[in-house]
Design a protein around this ligand. Structure first.
Ligand SMILES: Cc1cc2nc3c(=O)[nH]c(=O)nc-3n(C[C@H](O)[C@H](O)[C@H](O)COP(=O)(O)O)c2cc1C
Length: 165
């Protein structure tokens, strides 16, 4: 079974709402890929290796992911060198349109790249991963669902390449 973990931190619910839309998108995929939704403190970092994909979501805090997500990333060092070929992605919410949301996304993606994960950008819509500003509007919710579906399709394809030797 090919499985994606959607792991997030959210204080006031916006990032949580995005995570749920990502899961809805994974369910819309034509593949058999499944999505697991977990708050960051519910994830035992030891279990990370069982997933084929990891999508990390955080509110933008001072242009970066929250401390809770950074802590999780730092704890993932127990798997350093062993998460290669996993598919990685990121999503964030922020208060302002140019409030550092893309730098927050890139900070998450940079750490996933260091793990050796496969990261793919999107030529249409939100290029580095979905972003919600303030309350999610229909376009933003659609971006989240699209990203979930698209990540499921990508993870399905990558799993068939049999890269984990
Ligand atoms: C400590 C802190 C720092 C923040 N920094 C930023 C920021 O740099 N740029 C921005 O646009 N919004 C910033 N915000 C607003 C949050 O990113 C925004 O409200 C987000 O949607 C909250 O997500 P949540 O509802 O999932 O908790 C900040 C909020 C807090 C509490």
């Amino acid at each position: 079974m090919v499985n994606i973990l959607v792991c997030y931190f959210s204080k006031s619910g916006t990032t949580e709402n995005m995570a749920q839309e990502l899961i809805n998108g994974i369910k819309e995929s034509d593949s058999d890929v499944t999505g697991e939704l977990k708050k960051v403190h519910e994830v035992d970092v030891q279990d990370l290796k069982v997933y084929d994909g990891l999508i990390l979501g955080s509110p933008t805090y001072y242009g970066l992911p929250s401390a809770e997500i950074k802590k999780f990333i730092d704890e993932s060092i127990v798997h350093h060198g062993k998460l290669e070929w996993m598919v990685g992605g990121a999503f964030t919410s922020s208060a302002n349109p140019a409030g550092g949301n893309e730098t927050a996304l890139m900070a998450i993606l940079e750490s996933l790249l260091i793990h050796g994960m496969i990261i793919k950008g999107m030529p249409k819509g939100d290029h580095y991963g979905p972003v919600v500003i303030g309350e999610p509007d229909e376009r933003e919710s659609k971006q989240c669902r699209f990203y979930g579906k698209w990540m499921a399709d990508l993870t399905d394809r990558v799993s068939k390449w049999n890269l984990k030797k």
